[in-house]
Design a protein around this ligand. Structure first.
Ligand SMILES: C[S@@+](CC[C@H](N)C(=O)[O-])C[C@H]1O[C@@H](n2cnc3c(N)ncnc32)[C@H](O)[C@@H]1O
Length: 323
């Protein structure tokens, strides 16, 4: 029971800390209970119990009667850190309720309602999920810009399932001649137009709301990003999508897939993610061999496969259309 109880309380405490803004409040310096009460608008007893527990699991340190973030908490859960995954804590707080359906999903092999259905019923879910994806995109971004080398003269980028717009913006910033088309479901785009406006990119990046399996994306693209969407689709939909991408690419153009390949040996993280997908979409991660198969069938070059560090960040598959 300790194995069941402690991970549950660790998750609940971290989620609460994210919802309350505890790590951000401590990013300006250590605080005692009185300071935390004022910063977070909490009860003294509640915040003391939360801070005490987070100290025992390595996210806070106690310095006399004051609490401070450990380097790990500061690195991942504050604005001053490497990537602020507070949005991931908030999303996990929402998605927590899906875990109560896990046994039923295991029984039937699929969720009763997909994440996309739930997002249209629960207004806060789409924006909260997109903010989490945005944080992850800030983490993945430098790997993408390092490994993806657009062909000379490249001008047009397609970002399928591009959500928050972070990747399209990063490419347009690095390559001033680029223009981009971003396709995603309306639930993922609620904040994207504002993000584009703030980045001064609203004239260079066009948003298309809709199901990418049905939407007309246009053609003549030099780079197509298909990032973290493979596990949201069936194998047949992925095969068709990669075939459509190959047709939409210019000669010499690049297809860039990001995925969490279902290869052996399976790690606990990979297996947990597949279990999560059972409650969210009913789809699953794809193996490297499947991805390479869709690419070969579409007539693109055998992809360069780059396993990212740490492995939980997934892998890139970069493939070229013959000139
Ligand atoms: C895991 S998120 C990845 C977001 C972004 N590409 C990134 O790497 O940060 C998957 C995205 O794909 C979108 N998506 C999944 N299936 C889709 C479909 N059939 N049509 C359009 N968008 C889809 C979701 O709405 C979501 O924004």
């Amino acid at each position: 029971m300790v194995d069941v109880y402690l991970p549950m309380m660790k998750s609940a405490a971290l989620i609460s800390a994210g919802q309350l803004g505890l790590f951000e409040a401590l990013s300006k310096g250590p605080l005692d209970v009185k300071g935390l009460v004022k910063a977070l608008d909490c009860s003294p007893e509640g915040v003391l119990r939360l801070a005490d527990f987070l100290t025992t699991v390595g996210y806070l340190e106690r310095d006399g009667d004051r609490f401070k973030n450990t380097p790990h908490a500061a690195r991942w859960f504050t604005r001053a850190g490497e990537v602020d995954y507070t949005a991931g804590l908030k999303w996990t707080g929402e998605a927590w309720s899906l875990m109560a359906t896990l046994a039923e999903c295991v029984r039937t092999g699929a969720p009763k309602a997909t994440l996309w259905d739930l997002m249209s019923e629960r207004a806060s879910w789409g924006p909260t999920f997109s903010k989490y994806m945005h944080a992850f995109a800030q983490h993945l971004g430098p790997d993408l810009l390092k490994h993806v080398r657009p062909p000379p003269g490249a001008r047009r980028l397609l970002d399928l399932g591009g959500s928050h717009g972070e990747h399209s913006i990063a490419f347009c910033r690095l390559y001033p001649e680029f223009e981009a088309v971003l396709v995603d479901q309306a639930s993922a785009l609620s904040a994207t137009q504002t993000t584009l406006h703030e980045a001064g990119m609203e004239h260079r990046i066009t948003l298309t709301a809709g199901d990418l399996r049905e939407a007309a994306w246009g053609e003549g693209f030099d780079v197509v990003l298909f990032l973290s969407v493979v596990h949201n689709q069936t194998a047949e939909d992925n095969r068709i999508t990669v075939e459509r991408i190959a047709k939409a690419l210019n000669p010499g153009g690049l297809l860039v897939i990001h995925e969490y390949p279902d290869d052996h040996p399976t790690s606990a993280y990979d297996a947990a993610f597949r279990l999560t997908l059972l409650t969210e979409t009913g789809t699953s991660t794809a193996s490297s061999a499947s991805i390479e198969g869709w690419i070969a069938q579409a007539g693109l070059s055998p992809p360069q496969r780059i396993v990212l560090n740490p492995r939980e960040k997934g892998a890139l598959f970069i493939s070229e259309k013959a000139r």
